[in-house]
Design a protein around this ligand. Structure first.
Ligand code: ARG
Length: 474
């Protein structure tokens, strides 16, 4: 079917028959790739300007194209653009609409261009913005965690290993751990942006073009540092998209671990925190329930984000060079991941900002004297006892306390001497919760000043990172 007989398709020439309607629906991506429209328009403007500068289209064609692209953009923004699934994807929808709007010059826009280099360029621009948004969201959540940490320098809770009480820590120290994790996550987004500096545009379908395009000019108009070095690589590769999905999956795993603690800590069994009403839901059946659905959903959604990474890895892994239509499957995982991460960062920030901490409840858990057993062993080490011997002696002390239902701190020097001659005093003098925290003043440790300095350092780093993002966005 030719153009004259009414086929709207842009590849009409080669085809006699029309597309099976199910295939049309099956292969269409417009219902999701319309999210790339604004990038596609930017790419088309840069491409058209370059074509004109190279004498490949007339100046009058360029102005018609720019006007047409503006008009398409207005329609998209106003929600009046007639998206048409029979036109498959966002690229062909825009081009067809341009033809309806400005006529003949529209047919010159695709000069020296393929949808393959076009979609790769759109995606690079999309990833650049989206990774920047992820980076910002992560720093904003870090800021909230840091503020809450700052309120709780003197709040002590049991630190856990194997979910068994292990050693006391400050709540500030605990939440600062997430500030650090999320800082590396933000750095991963920043880092992948450094691999989005070369423009695929001008790589054509796979082998470039016979036309005298100025790839460098188009690249620089789009904010790239230059043109990609291999046309095959440019249209076939999705590794930076994978990197984005991996960075997002790792960040979601961190949010999921934090969420798990919010769930656990708000149980009656722990009772460490209470989530604000605004970030909890009730039960339709049990009137007494206040459920931590928000952190549960964040924890749950991490599964989908991890799945999105695995989905795209699987799509790409068997593809021969170069472009294969399988690659159209890159978009839904990307869009879903970007939206999910952004929502999860926002609700987690809200939940953390508004939760109430039960300082007394945490303290009770931390005051379990057994949490200081390691300190007692280190007392012996200071007396010159080999650590293994000290560990063994204190192990026996602990056993004795459990058997006799004694509080470790009640043991006199004589009681302790039964287990090792080198204990320098009664347990009550050797063991104290606050001194135990203060004694850990090594970098990264629990001493108040150490934790406070770490918070200060993180605060400055977050401030700088957000200022740099503001400058980029300005
Ligand atoms: N919608 C397509 C995609 O996202 C655009 C590229 C189509 N290229 C092609 N040769 N069919 O991958």
């Amino acid at each position: 079917m030719s153009k004259e007989t009414g086929n709207k398709k842009l590849w009409g020439g080669r085809f006699e028959g029309s597309t099976n309607p199910t295939v049309e629906r099956f292969s269409a991506s417009i219902h999701f790739d319309r999210a790339l429209a604004r990038y596609d328009l930017r790419v088309s403007r840069a491409h058209a300007r370059m074509l004109e500068a190279q004498g490949l289209i007339a100046t009058s064609d360029l102005s018609a194209l720019l006007d047409g692209l503006d008009s398409v953009e207005r329609e998209i923004e106003a929600g009046t653009f007639p998206f048409d699934a029979t036109l498959e994807d966002v690229h062909m929808n825009i081009e067809a609409r341009l033809r309806d709007t400005i006529g003949e010059p529209a047919g010159r826009l695709h000069t020296g261009r393929s949808r393959n280099d076009q979609v790769a360029t759109d995606l690079a621009l999309y990833l650049r913005d989206t990774a920047r948004a992820g980076e910002r969201g992560l720093h904003e959540l870090r800021q909230v965690l840091l503020a809450r940490a700052g309120e709780h320098l003197d709040t002590v809770l049991p630190g856990y290993t194997h979910l068994q009480r292990a050693q006391p820590v400050r709540l500030a120290h605990h939440w600062h751990a997430y500030v650090e994790m999320l800082g590396r996550d933000a750095a991963r987004f920043r880092d992948l942006r450094a691999r989005l500096t070369l423009s695929p545009l001008g790589s054509g379908a796979l082998a470039g073009s016979t036309l005298p395009l100025d790839r460098e000019a188009a690249a620089s108009a789009l904010g790239f540092e230059g043109a990609s070095r291999n046309s095959l690589d440019a249209v076939a590769s999705r590794d930076v998209a994978l990197e984005f999905l991996a960075a997002a999956a790792i960040a979601m795993v961190h949010l999921s671990r934090l969420s798990e603690e919010l769930v656990l800590w708000s149980t009656a069994e722990f009772g460490f925190i209470e989530l604000a009403d605004a970030y909890s839901t009730g039960s339709s059946l049990m009137p007494q329930k206040k459920n931590p659905d928000v952190p549960e959903l964040v924890r749950g959604k991490s599964g989908r984000v991890i799945g999105n990474l695995v989905a795209l890895l699987t799509v790409v892994k068997g593809l021969p060079l170069t472009y294969n239509r399988d690659l159209q499957e890159d978009k839904e995982p990307l869009f879903d991941t970007a939206a999910t991460l952004c929502d999860c960062l926002e609700v987690t920030a809200g939940a953390v900002a508004t939760l109430r901490v039960d300082v007394a409840k945490m303290r009770v858990g931390a005051e379990d004297p057994m949490l200081l057993a390691t300190d007692l062993a280190e007392v012996l080490v200071r007396e010159g006892v080999p650590f293994r011997e000290a560990h063994e002696a204190v192990g026996q002390v602990v056993r004795h306390c459990i058997d006799k239902r004694l509080d470790l701190r009640e043991l006199s020097r004589e009681d302790l001497a039964a287990f090792h001659a080198s204990f320098p005093g009664p347990a009550a003098e050797l063991l104290d919760l606050d001194s135990s925290l203060e004694a850990r003043s090594l970098t990264g440790g629990t001493a108040r000043e150490t934790v406070s300095a770490a918070l200060g350092e993180a605060g400055a780093a977050i401030g700088n990172a957000l200022a740099a993002l503001d400058a980029e966005d300005a």
